[in-house]
Design a protein around this ligand. Structure first.
Ligand code: ADP
Ligand code: MG
Length: 318
């Protein structure tokens, strides 16, 4: 029997979702995956009043909120990455994210004192997890969580697991550029995932990765930003300064087995600068990275030389 390939698009987790799935039960797998994505969005969105994240935020400084297994796990992983990245990744970034409002119609340059005020509220050490009853509490009033830097990775892993359950043979899971290459292509060859040219608009690539069963996640400054006085203010905020990160990195791609790791790491390493970022990723086994800096240089970790090709010569110099 010829297995059919189905495609589906929808909007969830604040982004465009594209699924391409081959398998006898592709239709059922897609339906379950889309349902799971909106379930994750309902629980983890900081924009929905009834989400578990909003409930935690509303109770900040007062009481704890019991959450489901999945929200608990994502927060726990977020804290793990906060520690690993010494606070460059921080899920309590929400007060600053809402002050800057980048990527929305309300985006504008905040006053320095406002930034300083919000900065006081950001500290992942104030997230108190209680495994015994699966509850989360924020230590101080007005503190708030934002899982925007990690939830899509978790969601991609969940879709992957659903696809396994339905014996899917080949799939491409694309959650707004957060890619999971499931299996190989329909013909059995590796998936070819394009790495966005960060100086161009969407869809123009600087290189291509050949992967099977891997997550490919990129954090960049080229999608959500505004420009003022020639400076680009993008959506990855440095929790040490309260301003959009100004490291030389303008694009950080992480290749890993699990997308939650790729998502958490890509947002965090973006901030810590190229030297630290290279050292950190080289030290984690099974995780590789591609970094592009403002001066158009490309840095790759040792494990991906064979699977990554730069297709735009302008990025070859180092
Ligand atoms: P995208 O969601 O655009 O694919 P990222 O995974 O890099 O990109 O996540 C960026 C989002 O993460 C921001 O929109 C914001 O919600 C949140 N965020 C911003 N700065 C940080 C930070 N330093 N630590 C954790 N999350 C952050
Ligand atoms: Mg991320």
């Amino acid at each position: 029997m010829i297995k059919e390939t189905l495609t589906a698009s929808s909007y969830s987790l604040g982004t465009l979702i594209n699924l391409r799935v081959q398998g006898n039960e592709a239709q059922r797998a897609i339906e379950e995956a889309l349902g799971r994505l909106s379930d994750i969005d309902d629980k983890m969105s900081a924009f929905k009043d009834t989400s578990e994240i909003s409930k935690i935020n509303l109770k900040a400084g007062r009481t704890s909120q019991i959450v489901g297994k999945d929200t608990y796990l994502v927060i726990k992983e977020a804290i793990k990455y906060s520690r690993l990245l010494e606070g460059a990744f921080d899920p309590t970034i929400r007060p600053l994210v809402s002050l800057w409002n980048i990527g929305t119609e309300q985006e504008e340059m905040p006053e320095e004192c406002e930034v300083d005020n919000m900065l006081q509220l950001v500290n992942y050490k104030d997230v108190i997890l209680d495994e015994s009853n699966s509850s989360i509490r924020l230590r101080r009033e007005k503190q708030a969580l934002d899982l925007g830097g990690i939830a899509k990775g978790y969601a991609a892993d969940e879709v992957r697991d659903i696809f396994y359950k339905y014996n899917i043979s080949s799939a491409l899971i694309d959650l707004g550029g957060n890619i999971f290459a499931f299996g190989g292509k329909e013909d059995g060859t590796p998936w070819r995932v394009g790495i966005q040219d960060p100086f161009k608009t969407r869809g123009e690539f600087m290189g291509v990765l050949s992967v099977t069963n891997k997550s490919v996640v990129t954090s960049g400054n080229y999608e959500k930003y505004f420009t003022k006085a020639g400076k680009r203010f993008h959506h990855i905020i440095d929790p040490k300064t309260g301003y959009p990160s100004i490291s030389k990195i303008i694009s950080a791609t992480i290749i890993s087995d699990n997308s939650i790791d790729g998502d958490g790491l890509s947002t965090g390493v973006y901030i810590i600068g190229i030297d630290k970022a290279m050292r950190l990723i080289e030290s984690i086994s099974g995780v590789e990275a591609i970094f592009i800096t403002q001066d158009k240089k490309t840095y790759v970790t040792s494990g991906i030389n064979n699977i990554f090709t730069i297709t735009n010569k302008e990025f070859l110099g180092k």
